[in-house]
Ligand binder design. Sequence first.
Ligand code: PMP
Length: 460
Amino acid sequence: MAVATQATEEDFAKLDRIIEEETAAFLERQPRSTELWEKAKGHLVSGVTSSWQGSDPQPIWIKEGRGSHLIDEDGLEFVDLHGGYGAGVAGHGHPAIVRAVQDRVTRGTHFASPVVDAIDVSTELARRWGLPLWRFGNSGTEVTMDAIHLMRAVTGRPYFIKVEGSYHGHHDSVQVSVYCDDPELMGPADLPNSTHEEGGIPDAMLELCKVVPFNNLEAVKTRLEQFPGQIAGMIVEPVMMNIGIVFPDDDYLAKLKELLHAHGALLTFDEVKTGFTTRPGGITEFYGVTPDIVCVAKALGGGIAVAGIGGVEEVMGKIDTGVYEQCGTFNGNPMAMAAAKACLLEVLTPEAYAHVESLRSNMVGQLEGVVAEYELPAYIESIGFKGSVVFSPTRIKNYRDFLDWDDRFSSAHWYYQHKGGVMLPNGGKVEQWMLSVQHTQDDVQKFVDNFAAFAKAMRS
Ligand code: PMP
């Protein structure tokens, strides 16, 4: 649903005031977090364990999770819609995950030899994705790195294509054109330059990565024709989930596969966020387009670190012949395999998907009602466990559209959710809400009520 309402100067003045007032109120609610953060800065860089856990005005220290709720170190309780950046499908302390991990921890947590659970996990992944061969890693970054290596190893070609504004992890190859906002560096919208915003990525990496806008087949064709016989393949998040939520045009994924194959190049879907959370078999199932390689992570382990890479025989089979060595000390770790098996077979059941769908549809119906009632410049985008209030009057189709979305809306909304007892991810407009199988209609009602309170404040 696209709405015509445009944000006004008055809206922005209100947003600035809300952010200022709510930041002060937030800090007052979080004295223990302030104290812990100060202490942590002694030996933890920036006082956090990953740069993306640092958030303004300060990180929130979590004490524990219970079901669909979080309790922070200040003793405040929240409905958890952060979902640990998309890993939290099971919620906290899910009996099946607890049982699997408890059982495994007493019988050895690491061997670097295969365990039987790995057979069950790979079999279930093959069933869900319709891709026969799998391996494991520990994070999304590791498996997208494997995917790039594998596309190169199998085709013998050096370059690959990536979408502007897509995040695929923090290895060199894909840290190109992620969150650049300098128009000069970004270059033309229909054929963007390769840029890097992170330190530590040499210019030489830019040469290897050819960038295209999302939802633009012509640009992919141009790249393939510019570098004949040199493009190994393309990595794409089939529904973009690091710029809110952006769906592909109807035939984009099918045509992409056709186009790449016509040029002897491979297609990788990065389903690190979309895997398990959108459909049991991810976006691959949703659109019925099967890539050559798929990467999954985050939700796979129900809260334990694990990742998977799967693919067709002609690609994954090359690992067997030694064309590419896919390896890692903790790959297929017994704890990770036990958790993944429980997550796939006991947590992410058809009934669980039906329950989450009923939460989502209730939530979206009510949110759209609020947007209409208060004439907000926004629309709701959602699928499965995930959703986003997109504060843009027109539908976003790619990264350049996303840049026009003023982040002050998401920031002010985040504070309203926090003060109303709902924890959203601290990524502003980048991130989205995440449900779990343990969330209830009461939980989602809280989110809707807070959103309505925010809308009312904007129009008061
Ligand atoms: N791919 C996508 C689409 C992601 O969203 C992320 C993480 N946000 C990654 C890869 C990297 O995963 P990880 O943080 O587990 O390395």
